[in-house]
Write a protein that binds this ligand. Structure first.
Ligand code: F6P
Length: 402
């Protein structure tokens, strides 16, 4: 395709595409959305302008490898049969990794320079990067620093990226979480139990909030709020007394302690937790509590485990209630790509082709209402949290106890 990049005419023939960060539903749909347009354009393009879509394997890691000896680990040519069915499922057919080209260690190894050299060796004319704010941020930096034609598309089950009303991957994770919660409700009812269910979502409570309300959870705890265990205990006791079962959904980013919490809440939570940790029954909880938090190459804390605290606190500080703990884990970002994520992914892939044709480089598509808009990759930002003014945030707190 002949188009313009920074005022100069360029001929884009080999389009590279990679997926970075945690996988989610919709990656394959973006790839397919773009491939469909490439295939359609190839019908009428002259031979010397025919395009191909090249999958770069395992995200940015592909570009840290050595093309002379590791070509099979770096690239794969993508064709319709690869995508025709797989756009309906979650995951990514071109694999992913959490590689940060701009980490201290990778900067010392000149990884960004090597990535650009590799793109040239692989004859990639333009790169499409699918990921969350970390992956897209790296695309923006690389594109700017080396004047390379780039695009992005905003994914993540967490739904925490600015520039789009919704990231692809979010809806499917909510649907899978709802199934999980509903399954838990049937068993908790049979046994008159209280279940604590932890769901991923990093520091944004979107998945927990949507799934908790849609699935019928009795208590939903979010990273965006003050979690006062005295209140949680009261709500669980009241719910158990009235309906004999209870489901508490906890977002993995929810906290018991925070400098933004009133001191009195931090102190009270600490007192309650100290009583748990002092009991040898909870030796494993204590041991995990004392372990240093692991971080990924972007410096994000590896979360998970708050559900266990909430479960232990409830168990220790209530009487006559049987508790069970479940963590949805990674299962909620796998399986089917539900319809809205297929559509959003296909639309993003399609939009990227239009941006390319228009010579609008260095951008990523986003959804605004029902329209697709373009945002500059250099402005990409995560941290889109649930505001306390959100209707669902307020609805969640209006639960009655029969
Ligand atoms: O960012 C997406 C996400 O699924 C988060 O919800 C979760 O905290 C994290 O990825 C898990 O990361 P990993 O796949 O590296 O365990």
């Amino acid at each position: 395709m002949k188009t313009k990049f920074q005022g100069k005419e360029i001929n884009i023939k080999r389009i590279g595409i990679l997926t970075g960060g945690g996988d989610c539903a919709g990656h394959n749909a973006v790839i397919y959305g773009l491939l469909r347009r490439i295939n359609a354009a190839n019908q009428t393009l002259p031979k010397d302008e025919q395009m191909e879509l090249i999958g770069l394997l395992e995200g940015w890691k592909a570009l840290t490898r050595d093309p002379e000896t590791e070509k099979d680990k770096i690239e794969v040519k993508l064709t319709t049969p690869d995508l025709k069915d797989s756009y309906k499922v979650a995951g990514t057919i071109i694999k992913s990794s959490r590689t940060n080209l701009f980490s201290k260690e990778n900067l010392a190894k000149k990884a960004p320079e090597k990535a650009i050299e590799n793109l040239k060796k692989l004859k990639i004319d333009c790169l499409v990067v699918l990921g969350g704010d970390d992956t897209l941020g790296a695309a923006g930096k690389l594109g700017k620093q080396f004047t390379f034609p780039m695009f992005g598309a905003p994914k993540t089950m967490d739904n925490d990226v600015y520039g789009t009303d919704k990231t692809y991957g979010f809806d499917s994770s909510v649907i899978e979480s709802v199934h999980f919660i509903e399954n838990i409700i049937t068993t908790s009812k049979s046994h008159n139990r209280c279940f604590v269910v932890e769901v991923m979502g990093r520091h944004a409570g979107w998945v927990a909030l949507y799934a908790g309300i849609a699935g019928g959870a009795d208590v939903v705890l979010l990273p965006e709020e003050v979690v006062d265990m005295r209140e949680v205990i009261k709500r669980v006791e009241k719910t158990m007394a009235s309906q004999k079962y209870c489901v508490v959904v906890v977002s993995e980013g929810a906290r018991l302690f925070d400098t933004r919490f009133p001191k009195e809440v931090n102190d009270s939570n600490k007192k309650l937790l100290d009583a748990v940790i002092a009991d040898s029954k909870y030796a494993l909880v204590k041991a995990r509590h004392e372990l240093p938090k692991k971080k990924d190459s972007f410096g994000n804390e590896q979360l998970g485990g708050i559900g266990e605290y909430i479960f232990s606190l409830l168990q220790e500080h209530t009487k006559g209630i049987q508790y069970r703990l479940q963590n949805c884990g990674h299962a909620i970002r796998g399986g089917i790509a539900h319809v809205s994520d297929r559509i959003l992914g296909l639309r993003f892939g399609d939009a990227i082709f239009d941006f390319m044709k228009e010579g609008k480089f260095g951008v990523y598509p986003g959804l605004r209402g029902d329209d697709i808009v373009a945002s500059d990759l250099l402005t990409v930002k995560g941290g889109k949290f649930v505001p306390d003014t959100h209707q669902l945030y307020k609805m969640r707190n209006a639960v009655d106890f029969y």
